[in-house]
Design a protein. Structure first.
Lengths: 675, 218
């Protein structure tokens, strides 16, 4: 018996020496998660690859060359060994050939299910492995590895450190809503929540080849609060691809995307499915343009023009015709310009439609101010108005009057752009799918519709006769027209806040203040020194308005909104995590946040790759209250710093509570400890 | 005053036009870059044209080979996957079959100077002697010109071109990527299938696979 006890290990030692080829570039070991196998139960088994420096092995889809490890298991009958779970791979570009690889140490995890009726005293599992290891050159290696576990009643978990780190290296399962699309040129993943930080490229490691161009970084778009990751396709037919599964990854953070039905969108290939033909589209466009006149933003402009017609109605028919035509010319030219722009942008690959210009916060900001100023103007707050509407009344030269009609036409289009009228959608939807000539035609029809009422007024003396007699009512009506204008500014401000947050709100309100101040200044004509003060103030207003356009739309650096889940997720990485609990009404918080925006502090954040999580307690949120309470706090600000994981032990040191008033030097010392 | 207002309006409008145009410029740029790189070869489209000198000093032009079916084989005599197919005689018998069917066989080595598989023409001829192989031509492409033209990824990587110069198959030699020599016995040979189908005028069943093996040492 004693002899056997010595002999068996010796035998195994000889056996393993025979197989452990020291020439191999990969050392493989099987590591069980338990010390004893129990019949009817399962345990995990790691296949560990220790890879020589500069060498690599492959993920289950190796990329454009290479080969994943192949394992043939040998185990007692009834023992089931699952397929491996593979950690998130790395993309390696070898002279333009993309490989999905592992370096250093990699753990593949399989689950072993032991049958109820296992009779053996020892459970012996053997892996016959073939693998390819490459540096610049590739070497196929092979080996046989086994693990023996006594079979018993009670088992202890073992090797938990290794299993913990192996689990961390696996992709997490993406559990949010998700849809997959293919449109001939791109494969798109639409995620409800973007799990990544800005910065490093995001790749899709697809399990089958040819679904996406290997190793290509995602083109990221946000649409309706969903994030779309778009990857170029290869020319491999979709029908030949067996699986759309894969890992969406940024660096070593990856999410397992499991099979869900793929939507193949044919929109780019097939002709437009709409039944609309050209003439009905033109009709719809004219009708839409006509109705556009009644939208809150355009209506006042048209009314202004109509009022000016009241004044010219006594004049010759030829004169009023000229006014109508120059207004129409202004409208049509603007629409032609808009059509040209949209065609050019579409040719550049942008997916745009009506109102695309509102996607630019600066355009929204300026449009808001223009509408606000027009509102003031209508209200009579500054005197440009009176002369503006007296076009052609004789105080202004006739030619200037026509130029002004033309410009009013342009203005009408500018203020019309944020609005959409019924019928327009159909016409524009059709226009944007058609060749440029048709797009032009539809846009011009829209413009024609928009200018039609005024044109009719100027054409038909009968209509001019219907207009009520000029009188005091005109001034009252004009003042009333300011309100639809201002209503539109409220809507535009809301759009801007969606785009640019409170910074945008402050910018638009400050600008509005300065515009009304300027308007007030313009109505007064002081003498002497006051005149110069007025001019100085006006200049300051213009400078101020210009300054207001330079608001920051984006956060200086990436911040993640706090939820308990995001914090947990971030803490599962190795990076340091900084939590800032704040509220809009908390002045201390805001003062401290000025420090966060400093360049040296941002550098300090970046230096350690620190994740910055912000919890907004402006409105009561129970999960933030709970977080505050977990640090014995009842209010904000609260700053918590979770240092990086210790590289040796893999443990995260205790979080540090920072004082409520921060200084830059203190913050830097905490963020970059060795400084 | 009116003029000032008008000028502001014009400025605003031109800004509204210019701002998206600036944004547009970027997309145009990427578009141009995309145009600058040629598209990878496609099944059913003309195979990229090339002219080269083989290891015996003969000029080889794909254009000049019209009227014959052609196989391009990327190779590297030091790559284990290539060794598998030559030590088992699998590649040689495929080349013999090509000769029998009147298919021109061109082996191409795109290993750069100093990289694995790079040889002089004399060495290349000696290696062919050792391998007992006799392709119609063997081309050394240390600059990687032909390799990049065809987007050759691995050794081996095979392309089958028909008599009209149309690419008809590209990918692996067979369906078993294992480096074990025993793998060739049971593997389905796609190149053989394609050559036979081309000669018989039948449809090639599998036209594109993922090539396997070592990366081409560009």
């Amino acid at each position: 018996m004693n002899f056997l006890k010595i002999f068996i290990p010796l035998f195994y030692l000889m056996f393993s020496i025979a197989y452990a080829d020291t020439q191999n570039h990969v050392q493989i070991k099987l590591i069980p998660s338990v010390d004893t196998a129990i019949a009817g139960q399962s345990f995990d088994l790691i296949l560990e690859q220790k890879i020589d420096e500069h060498w690599h092995t492959y993920w289950k889809n190796p990329g454009e060359s290479g080969l994943p490890i192949q394992v043939k298991w040998n185990a007692p009958e009834g023992v089931e060994i699952s397929a491996f779970q593979w950690p998130v791979p790395k993309a390696l570009d070898v002279q333009g050939i993309m490989n999905f690889i592992y370096e250093d140490t990699v753990h593949l995890i399989a689950t072993v299910k032991i049958p109820e009726n296992l009779q053996d005293k020892t459970l012996s599992i053997t892996a016959h492995a073939d693998w390819l290891v490459c540096e610049e050159i590739c070497i196929p290696e092979t080996g046989v590895f086994s693990v023996d576990l006594p079979v018993g009643e009670h088992a202890q978990l073992v090797n938990q450190g290794i299993f913990k780190s192996a689990d961390r290296a696996l992709p997490s399962l993406y559990t949010g809503l998700l849809s997959l699309r293919e449109n001939g040129t791109h494969f798109e993943l639409e995620l409800e929540i973007n799990p990544f930080k800005a910065g490093d490229p995001i790749l899709f490691f697809s399990e089958d080849w040819g679904l996406v161009k290997a190793g290509s970084a995602a083109d990221i778009q946000t649409k309706n609060s969903k994030t779309i990751f778009s990857f170029p396709r290869t020319d491999r037919a979709l029908a030949d691809i067996s699986s759309f599964k894969g890992v969406l990854a940024q660096g070593n953070i990856g999410f397992q995307i499991n099979e869900i039905p793929l939507t193949v969108s044919e929109e780019k290939l097939s002709p437009p499915p709409v039944q609309t033909n050209l003439w009905s589209a033109v009709l719809f466009a004219i009708l839409g343009g006509l109705i556009l006149n009644l939208m809150p933003c355009v209506f006042p402009i048209l009314s202004m023009k109509a009022l000016s017609l009241v004044k010219i109605s006594d004049k010759s028919r030829g004169d009023s015709l000229k006014h109508g035509l120059s207004y129409t010319a202004g409208v049509l030219l603007s629409f032609a310009g808009l059509a040209g722009l949209i065609i050019a942008l579409k040719a550049g690959g942008a997916e745009i439609g009506w109102g695309f210009q509102l996607q630019n916060p600066l355009v929204v900001l300026i449009l808001t101010w223009v509408l606000f100023a027009i509102g003031l103007n209508l209200f009579g707050s500054f005197d440009v108005t009176t002369r503006w509407t007296h076009i052609g009344s004789g105080t202004v030269a006739k030619s200037t009057g026509l130029v002004q009609d033309f410009l009013t036409g342009i203005l009408a289009v500018i203020v019309a752009t944020p609005c959409t009228a019924p019928f327009m959608g159909v016409a524009l939807g059709y226009a944007l799918l058609q060749p440029p000539s048709v797009t032009f035609l539809i846009f011009l029809s829209l413009g024609f519709g928009l200018s039609l009422p005024f044109l009719l007024f100027s054409f038909l003396p009968v209509l001019q006769k219907i207009m009520p007699k000029p009188g005091a009512w005109m001034e009252i009506f004009k003042q009333f027209l300011a309100f639809p204008m201002w209503a539109t500014t409220i809507w535009l401000t809301w759009v801007l806040v969606q785009q640019a947050g409170t910074n945008g709100l402050i910018a638009v309100l400050s600008g509005a203040l300065l515009i009304s101040l300027s308007a007030w200044l313009l109505t007064h004509k002081p003498l002497g020194i006051w005149r110069w003060i007025k001019i100085l103030l006006l200049i300051l207003c213009v400078v101020g308005i210009f300054k207001a356009t330079q608001f920051q739309t984006t956060q200086a650096y990436e911040q993640i909104a706090y939820t308990p889940e995001t914090l947990k997720r971030e803490l599962s990485t190795d990076h340091p995590v900084f939590v800032n609990m704040t509220a809009a009404w908390c002045i201390t918080c805001k003062i401290n946040e000025v420090i966060f925006k400093r360049e040296d502090i941002q550098t300090a954040f970046n230096a350690q790759n620190t994740t910055y999580i912000v919890g907004d307690w402006t409105l009561l949120r129970p999960e933030i209250t709970a977080y505050l309470e977990s640090f014995d706090r009842t209010g904000v600000p609260l700053y918590i710093y979770y240092p990086a994981r210790n590289k040796e032990t893999g443990d995260r040191p205790d979080p540090q509570i920072l004082p409520q008033i921060l200084t830059p030097s203190m913050l830097k010392n905490i963020l970059v400890p060795n400084n | 005053m009116i003029r000032l207002f008008m000028i502001t309006m014009i400025a605003l409008f031109s800004f509204a036009v210019v701002a998206p145009a600036i944004a547009m410029e970027d997309s145009v740029k990427t578009e141009m870059i995309k145009d600058a790189t040629d598209e990878p070869p496609q099944i059913g489209a003309p195979a990229p044209h090339f002219v080269a000198t083989d290891t015996h000093g003969n000029e080889v032009s794909l254009e000049g080979l019209k009227g014959q079916n052609v196989v391009l084989e990327w190779t590297n005599h030091q790559c284990p996957f290539v060794i598998k197919h030559y030590e088992t005689g699998n590649m040689q018998s495929l080349q013999d079959k090509a000769k029998e069917l009147g298919v021109t066989w061109i082996s191409i080595v795109s290993s750069a100077d100093g990289k694995e598989g790079n040889t002089t023409p004399e060495e290349a001829n000696a290696i062919m002697g050792e391998q007992n192989t006799n392709p119609t031509h063997r081309i050394l492409d240390p600059e990687g010109t032909i390799g990049h033209l065809y987007r050759a990824k691995t050794t081996p990587h095979l392309f089958v071109i028909d008599a009209e110069g149309i690419l008809r198959y590209q990918g692996a030699i067979d369906d078993n990527p294992s480096p074990r020599q025993s793998a060739v016995e049971t593997a389905r040979n796609y190149v053989l299938e394609a050559m036979v189908a081309l000669t018989e005028g039948t449809e090639i069943e599998v036209t594109q696979t993922r090539s396997y093996g070592c990366s081409v040492k560009y």
